[in-house]
Structure formats: C-alpha cells, structure tokens
Design a protein around this ligand. Structure first.
Ligand code: UDP
Ligand code: MG
Length: 319
C-alpha cells in the first residue's frame, strides 16, 4: 500500500489543533486505499501544541512529530519536515485549516495520473485585507519579471499547500540554503506540475503567525534567492546616469569655454550631487543584500536542531 505523508508545520496552534486532527483523521479514515502518516513539525511552540500532539501520538500510530529547538520560521520547519517524512508522496498543509484538507483526495488522484507536484491555487482570499492583496499582486508581478531570465515561473496565489511526489521531496532536500524561499524552489526543481483551484478561508482560530515583518523578509529572500536582476538594474542605472552625466559635463565645458564661467548653478549642482548620491547608496544597498546572503550561506550552518522527535508507529521502514 502506498503511503501519503501529511506534513503540518505548527507554531503555537493549540486553538486549531483539535479540529485539524479530526478533519485530517476523518479524511484518512475515508481513504482506505492508502496508508497515512501525519508528521507535525512543531516549530518551537511555546503553548500546548507539542503536548497535544504527543497525546494524539499515544493513541494514533499514524502520528509522528519533530520538535525544533526554537522557533525557526515556517520555511525551516518545512525543510525539517521534508527530511523526516516517510511517505511515497507528501502533502504540506497549514495547521490553521486555511487550506481545506478535503482537496487532498483530488490531489492524490492527480498524483496517480502521473503528476509530481499538484499545487493548489487560491481563487479568492476571504478575510484578507485589500492591502495584503494589493502588495501580494504587485510583488508577484515584480518577482516573475525578475526571475524570467531563470526560465522559472512562480505562480501567484499558490502557497505551500500541495502534494509532492517522493522525487520532488528528494530534490527539495538537496536545496540546503539557509535563507529559504520554498515557494520558488518548487518551481525551480521542475517535474510535472498540475494546478487545482480552491477558495481559501480565513484562519480558523488563533493569531496569524506570519506577520508583515516575516512576510516582507520572505519577499526579499524570494527575489534575492532566485534572481540577480536587482544587481543588473543597478548596473544599468549606473550606466545611464554616467552617460547623462558625461553629456552634461561636455555641455558645461563648452558653455564655460564659449561664454565664460559666471560661477552660478548652485541648485543644479546640488540636484546632481544628491541624485548621484542616492543612486550610489541604492546600488550599494542592493550589492549589500547579496553579500549578506553570501555571508549567511557561507557559514554553512545546519538549518535547524531537533529537540525531540517521534516516528509514527506505523512506519515500517525509514528512509
Ligand atoms: N508557522 C510555523 N512557524 C512560524 C510561523 C508559522 O511553523 O514561525 C506555521 C503556522 O503554524 C501555520 C503555517 O506556518 O501552520 C502558516 O502560518 P500562518 O497561518 O500564520 O500564516 P499565513 O501563511 O496563513 O499567512
Ligand atoms: Mg494562515
């Protein structure tokens, strides 16, 4: 019997865990033709999340968990999960039930038809502000413009809710960068992809864990880890500004040679100096972003540490 692993990254999700467990449990009971594994990646929760998972694991032999030594963020919690799932395929699902587990049978069916990566695309985002929607739209437009040269396309309105075949899992496990943008990695590894759509509902309970600061950082990581276009833009900006400055220089020389130098033009001089200063700082900042990445990656640290873990009892072989 083939085994499906459900990977659930969870950070302080005590409010939703009970419902999630029942929805998933019911689903797995309904699908008799597959074996299931529920792997919780507890991302250093400080509430009762881990305690609850442990309780479930005592009576349910499909449940396994890994508990990270601190809060590492969802991206890291996911790679920790990839390292530990044992199924022939894996479904990643948020703990807050924003992604309907009821979509999983459809995903499995498409997987059986030969797709390696069945990803869910949100139709509408209920309960999300127009600001978030606006920034998200703008961001994806920019991201895809910038990653065009890499020949990959990162689809908008998709998240981590997807089914991945074992070979995708093995591929993702090899991408060990520390500043992770998993959403881009799914595209980067390739393999046969299939899109399905669904309506995303608001978070069931508890607070949103990925605040704007985390999302903004993730947005920057998305661009800097999948594109060097900002560096290219800096170069072009530098060239354009230099050319304009050079033309202006010739103009000034000719002008003062023909008409003499009246030592005027303070405003225009300040404008040029300030503008150039701005362009230089911006370019330095862009370069800095990439150097920062090189610095972080060159440390080559392990991505996470595990405080404690438990392998689902129904697991016969570990990979
Ligand atoms: N999450 C995590 N570590 C974190 C933040 C979030 O493992 O540091 C998990 C969280 O428990 C949830 C999922 O990532 O299962 C998505 O988080 P959330 O719903 O807060 O963000 P959204 O993606 O819906 O904006
Ligand atoms: Mg959520």
């Amino acid at each position: 019997m083939k085994k499906i692993s459900i990977l659930i990254p969870a950070y302080n999700e005590e409010d939703v865990l009970e419902t999630l467990y029942h929805r998933l449990g019911k689903l797995a009971n309904d699908i008799k033709s597959y074996e299931f594994e529920f792997l919780f990646a507890d991302d250093g929760s400080t509430d009762d999340t881990l305690k609850m998972i442990k309780e479930y694991a005592e009576t349910d032999d499909r449940i396994g968990y890994i508990s990270l030594s601190r809060n590492f963020g969802k991206e890291t919690a996911m790679i920790a999960g990839f390292d530990h799932v044992t199924g022939d395929a894996m479904v990643i699902i948020d703990a807050d039930l924003q992604d309907p587990p009821e979509l999983i049978p459809r995903m499995i069916k498409l997987w059986e038809e030969g797709y390696d990566d069945v990803y869910a695309r949100r139709n509408i985002r209920e309960g999300e502000t127009w600001f978030k929607m606006f920034t998200a739209n703008g961001y994806y437009w920019l991201l895809n413009k910038m990653t065009k040269t890499q020949l990959i396309k990162i689809p908008q309105n998709t998240g981590d809710f997807r089914l991945l075949d074992r070979r995708c899992i093995e591929a993702l496990k090899q991408l060990r960068e520390s500043e992770r943008y998993t959403k881009g990695m799914y595209s980067w590894i390739g393999y046969k992809k299939k899109e399905i759509t669904y309506n995303r509902s608001p978070r069931l309970a508890g607070e949103i864990k990925q605040n704007y600061r985390k999302l903004t950082n993730l947005a920057f990581d998305g661009i800097t880890s999948f594109s060097t276009t900002p560096l290219r833009i800096s170069t072009f900006l530098g060239i354009i500004v230099s050319v304009i400055a050079f033309i202006y220089l010739i103009y000034i020389i000719i002008k003062s040679a023909m008409f003499g130098d009246a030592v005027a033009g303070y405003p225009s001089m300040m404008a040029v100096v300030l503008f150039l200063g701005g362009v230089q700082l911006l370019s330095l900042g862009v370069i800095g972003e990439y150097i920062g990445r090189i610095f972080k990656e060159s440390k080559d640290r392990p991505l996470y540490f595990i405080e404690e873990s438990h392998v689902a009892k129904n697991t016969k072989k570990t990979r």
